[in-house]
Design a protein around this ligand. Sequence first.
Ligand code: CO
Length: 205
Amino acid sequence: MNTRITLLAAACAFALAACGGQSPESADIAATPAAQPAPEAVDAAAAESTAPAPATEPVTTLSAAPAAASGKSAAVVTDCATVIEGSDAMQFNVDSITIPASCSEFKITLKHTGKMPIAAMGHNVVITTAADMQAVAAEGIGAGADAGYLKPDDSRVIAHTGLIGGGETTSVSFPVSKLQGAGPYEFFCSFPGHHALMKGTITVE
Ligand code: CO
């Protein structure tokens, strides 16, 4: 909340003519000399959203950058784990996951925040190399829903969660060493048609 208000205040400061002319309250907020980021700082955060987050303030950076950019963000990683969301709009809420190289195991939890049933809007998280993603997704369709739309014992699948419907949660843990080969690696949903939108990068660094 504080971050959002600060961003709004900074935006007003940046476009002072518009805010000041229409709303005295906004002008007051913008003029408050509290510790607001300078407009240049906001610009820098937006422009460098793909840069590694500063080790000292990862939360600030992760929550501030997407508001000014695409609306998607990097997954927040805590204690070698992350929680990501899938929606009824066929979207993950993040488009990248960065695993700290210091982790030996990593856990991904997927929450389906929608209401639609698994047959209509099923979601899972599947990890493969970027090169394998298309084929794994295409061949998974034939495996059917009961198999989570993954060919059984597909050696190209590095890790995957179960397939879930609205309101459900699932997770998977895997050795980080599995992602330290040639790569690059991606995560995606193997429900038919979903990987076009539901995908992102997963890296170790
Ligand atoms: Co899906």
